[in-house]
Design a protein around this ligand. Sequence first.
Ligand SMILES: *Cc1c(COP(=O)(O)O)cnc(C)c1O
Length: 230
Amino acid sequence: MITLEEFIINFTNIKLRIERACEESGRDISEVQLLPVTKTHPVQAIEYALHVGLTSVGENRVQEVKEKKSESSGNSTWELIGHLQSNKVNEAVRLFDRIQSVDSLKLIRKLNTACEVSGKVLPIFLQCNAGEDPNKYGFGEASMSEALDAVLGSTYLKCEGLMTIAPLDDDPSSAKACFEKLRMIRDSLVSEYKIELNELSMGMTQDLEEAIAAGSTMIRVGSALYGSRA
Ligand SMILES: *Cc1c(COP(=O)(O)O)cnc(C)c1O
């Protein structure tokens, strides 16, 4: 694990990247939230984030968050950004403040039932496989209306936006195309359904500039803040 001093340097560098990307696309930096991705790192990663004022963290495993929540003294909010298995839905509803990785109709049904039982309204994002990557979870573009219909019919789920992960590719133009696609899908759902879908969670260490240019409101950054994962 890196030291707090190293983390602060990394954080400063990421803020500069965000500023520069916003400048280039004529956006205000207040429109882009930085979600530190603390998965695989010890609980200090969450304390470092809190130290610089980042109060929300991204994690991808239920069991890991269960352990970290019991060790962590701070007041973070927790966002699930990884695929959720059906048998972990009840725990996930208890542990997370928002689930960004809602990727199937079955998961929508199970989440809604679990929330009904616990009397909790859960904010979610729909995950879209906008880059049509066979190795990624998420609804295909053609299924997004059906997915949104299902969430709008789920009393205990509140859809706040869309999330995507760009295909693994060294060529930045493929990330750019994926992010522009998600933005376009969002815009057409908004005009079709006359609802708000304000959040676009897209962009990570490698492609945050392309994401910000395409309209990202939340970049999820792990390795550039905490170093590479073991
Ligand atoms: C791990 C992960 C990230 C962070 O990736 P980095 O390349 O380390 O910034 C972002 N989003 C999701 C969904 C992830 O699983």
